[in-house]
Write a protein that binds this ligand. Structure first.
Ligand SMILES: [Zn+2]
Length: 155
């Protein structure tokens, strides 16, 4: 039986088959953007807004910081001790238009050796975990290939 692709958290990014974008929310009063999404009240302490609209976030941002996880975290982290630990790269990306920093894992094969602060990266579909029935989907950050047109140069 084919496994279903299921978002690890519903509503944080676009559905299968659509152009991949992270989804946040924007306050109608102060225009602040939130990710993870905030749907019931504005988190800006100086704002009483309670109406927020879903907005797709910028596809690209710049590396603000990064690190890697080379060992298995202790409980309550859930992982199968029978499976070899595979290091992963964690990247904090600044989205200039939204003025926020979004954490995410690096795309498969991306290591800290591939990264530098200020480097341009883009949000791409990723897989967090797989089991017998599901492929749990998430987002990854991937360096934008050198030579690709930069967002600022296209507009
Ligand atoms: Zn607000």
């Amino acid at each position: 039986m084919p496994r279903t692709r299921t978002p690890v958290v519903p509503g944080w990014f676009t559905a299968e088959g659509e152009e991949f974008r992270l989804l946040g929310t924007r306050c109608r009063v102060c225009r602040s953007v939130f990710f993870p999404r905030e749907d019931s009240f504005c988190r800006n302490p100086g704002c009483a807004g309670t109406e927020l609209d879903e907005v797709p976030l910028s596809r690209r941002g710049r590396v603000w910081s990064y690190t890697d996880g080379r060992y298995r975290p202790p409980a309550p982290y859930v992982s199968d001790p029978g499976v070899e630990w595979r290091p992963y790269t964690l990247i904090a990306v600044e989205l200039a238009a939204e003025r926020i920093v979004v954490l995410g894992q690096g795309a498969p094969g991306v290591t800290v050796a591939d990264l530098a602060v200020g480097m341009e990266v883009e949000a791409v579909p990723g897989v967090l975990n797989e089991d017998a029935e599901h492929i749990w989907t998430t987002w990854n950050w991937r360096p934008v290939k050198r030579g690709a047109p930069r967002a600022e140069e296209r507009s």
